[in-house]
Ligand binder design. Structure first.
Ligand SMILES: *Cc1c(COP(=O)(O)O)cnc(C)c1O
Length: 393
């Protein structure tokens, strides 16, 4: 019997059997000292021809996942988040995941894999959401989590991680420093590493959004909307979406790739500004959208390949546009998303190509606004307390 899946290196295209490699392609990994954009990220490939006759329900995702049983997933029920339609825009509201961000999709699969393989400790580097997500999902599965986070991570995300019993290691440095150190730590102590991109199953976990979109729109007798906006930092969410859609193409369930629009903050633009370029130009990141504030996009090569192959679009928005979009999402739609998530909506507002009659639009809202209340604090006018009604004006 052939194995369920194999790996293929995004850079050199070498194929590996599933037990031959764990994180990066060993040939390309050697070059990493020069290029911090992880070279040799592994793409997971399945036997699509064998599966395609029998891919009919959401649960069939197990056929294109590196685990044996859906029962290994967290009892917390990750994904299957609602889609809301307002003003001809579809919102996929991933703030309603168990730990309130899209990151649960990756954590759920990585932890399930760990469980099936008798791994008891998982480490991750994170700007905040991956940490709280890993901590929460691990708590529900009886697995230990170790979290390398920049000391400046938003307080709610840190407290949330602590509450779930994760071991927080604050790093006196940036997210990028945390990333490097956590890889060193997993080598040194043998902990299984969930770092986004680095662990090939993070993309696989995140692709569940594409499979859901397919079935959710099918239930509405519709196809997946043509334009999908995705806020991007390391480029794993957007690659997960693309990978899921590509799997659907290979399974012959969809006929064309939707138009995916990668949205970054002007203050964290190292994917958008470097796609298709020979030389990597680094602009140091500073943005209120902390979840997408990364200097070196770790999944650069995979995201770049998808964007170029399927001719996706890219767009930048600034912090003011993100804040305005936050207020608008709240006031006009009753949706409270964190700045990084709102970035996708801000990008859609700015995207000139959408005409009144254009085909449908979907916005991925990737995290809850309650995770980072301080970024909007200055925007909300809090009235003075009163003692009696005479003071009302
Ligand atoms: C992580 C994250 C993103 C960006 O995902 P990448 O895979 O880093 O591109 C967007 N929004 C939220 C809320 C996140 O936590």
């Amino acid at each position: 019997m052939t194995e369920k899946y194999y790996f293929e290196c995004v850079n050199c295209k070498t194929k590996y059997q599933k037990d031959e490699v764990k994180y990066l392609c060993p040939k390309c990994d050697l070059e990493n000292a020069k290029d911090k954009r992880l070279k040799g990220i592994l793409k997971v490939i399945y036997n699509y021809d064998e599966i395609k006759e029998n891919f009919k329900r959401r649960e069939d995702i197990i056929k294109i996942w590196p685990i044996n049983s859906l029962e290994s997933l967290s009892p917390l029920k990750v994904g299957n988040t609602p889609i809301y339609k307002m003003n001809n825009i579809y919102f996929k509201f991933d703030a309603l995941n168990p730990t309130f961000s899209f990151k649960d999709r990756a954590s759920d699969l990585v932890v399930a894999y760990a469980k099936e393989n008798n791994i008891d400790t998982i480490i991750t580097a994170s700007t905040g959401n991956a940490a709280s997500s890993l901590a929460g999902i691990c708590a529900s599965q009886g697995i230990k989590s170790i979290l390398f986070v920049p000391k400046t991570a938003p307080k709610a995300k840190l407290l949330q991680s602590g509450l779930y019993g994760g071991k927080i290691i604050p790093i006196d440095g940036t997210y990028d420093d945390a990333f490097e150190l956590s890889i060193e730590a997993s080598r040194k102590f043998g902990w299984y590493n969930r770092n986004t991109g680095y662990n090939p199953f993070t993309v696989e976990g995140k692709k569940s959004v594409a499979i859901e979109l397919y079935f959710q729109f099918k239930e509405m007798n519709k196809e997946i909307p043509h334009n999908i906006f995705v806020a991007t930092g390391d480029g794993v969410i957007i690659s997960g979406l693309y990978k899921g859609l590509e799997d659907l193409l290979k399974l012959e369930l969809i006929k064309e790739m939707p138009n995916i629009v990668m949205v970054q903050s002007e203050g964290s633009r190292n994917l958008v500004q470097n796609i298709g370029k020979d030389e990597f130009t680094l602009t140091p990141s500073t943005t209120i959208a902390d979840s997408i504030s990364v200097d070196i996009p770790r999944n650069f090569y995979m995201a770049e390949e998808f964007i170029l192959k399927y001719q996706g679009d890219t767009i930048l928005v600034n912090d003011r546009e993100i804040l305005d979009a936050s207020l608008e999402l709240g006031k006009d739609y009753g949706l409270f998303a964190e700045p990084a998530a709102v970035t996708a909506y801000a990008g859609m507002k700015k995207w000139k190509k959408i005409g009144v009659n254009d085909r449908e639009i979907l916005i991925l809202l990737t995290g809850s606004g309650l995770k980072d209340i301080f970024s909007i604090e200055k925007e909300i006018n809090m009235p003075k307390p009163i003692k009696n009604l005479d003071e009302l004006n």
